[in-house]
Ligand binder design. Sequence first.
Ligand SMILES: NC(=O)c1ccc[n+]([C@@H]2O[C@H](COP(=O)([O-])OP(=O)(O)OC[C@H]3O[C@@H](n4cnc5c(N)ncnc54)[C@H](OP(=O)(O)O)[C@@H]3O)[C@@H](O)[C@H]2O)c1
Length: 267
Amino acid sequence: MAGGPQSGSGEAPASADQLLGAAPGPGGLAGLKVVVAGASGASGQAVTAALTGAGATVLAVGSNRDRLTAAYGKNDAVASFECNLADRAAVEGLAGSIAAEHGGADGLVHLVGGWRGGKGLTGQSDDDWDFLHAQLITTLRNTTRAFYPQLEASGSGRVAIVSATATESPTASGANYAAAKAAAESWMLSVADGFRRSQSGRKVDPVPQRSAAVVLAVKALVDDSMRRADPAKSFPGFTDVADLGRAAAALFVLDAALLNGAHIRLA
Ligand SMILES: NC(=O)c1ccc[n+]([C@@H]2O[C@H](COP(=O)([O-])OP(=O)(O)OC[C@H]3O[C@@H](n4cnc5c(N)ncnc54)[C@H](OP(=O)(O)O)[C@@H]3O)[C@@H](O)[C@H]2O)c1
């Protein structure tokens, strides 16, 4: 799904090159607090490493306490929260705790994922749709609604999802997945519209855009354990989770006006 800056500035949206070239230096993100939603896996750990490496505090959220402790138990720059992000009430409680304990979040990087495919269009099962809906859409709707006031109030509010290039060329066998990801992209454009209307697009006393909702798109992700497991494979077109981490950190140093509503293909 195509996106573009919703700042009304008329400028071109930020590109992948700009994003990957804009890495903040050590301490560049000091003072920022970023929720990483779905933080326990390889992508979450890479995003967290990039953010904390630049001085941000990461509020790492996962559904399993043991996996969070294994990933972050000894990391002082990370506060971990066990929460089922598909549970609306639990997510509202989480946002309240983060507001009370940390003064609110500046960023939300949504990484909860999952994939299901079937044999052709008639093989798209309702069970798989329910799973994808919960993982890719419900967790996004819950987190963005709960954290929206904090992200809108922040001096540099950012929210990002990692979508899939499959939305541009959906297949019959991946119809459920591509439809769910397209819905998530559409939701992000609505978040961007909200940010624009309350900031640079405000009818009375507009202010410079300071919050941005961004879609980062990849074909697939690859990490070191995948490379070790299959050393002969080249993973063509895959995005390394380290690059995803760099892009996520750079979101906080690029101009919100160029990011809000942007769809940036990292693949
Ligand atoms: N992997 C790819 O090739 C690929 C391709 C295109 C797009 N993407 C997107 O990139 C993002 C990251 O991908 P990924 O493969 O790293 O994702 P993932 O492993 O499927 O999910 C990330 C983390 O989310 C946590 N999680 C799952 N359900 C949760 C829930 N209900 N509440 C809280 N946490 C939950 C999991 O940890 P716990 O089980 O410990 O909670 C998991 O480590 C996703 O949005 C995905 O759709 C990935």
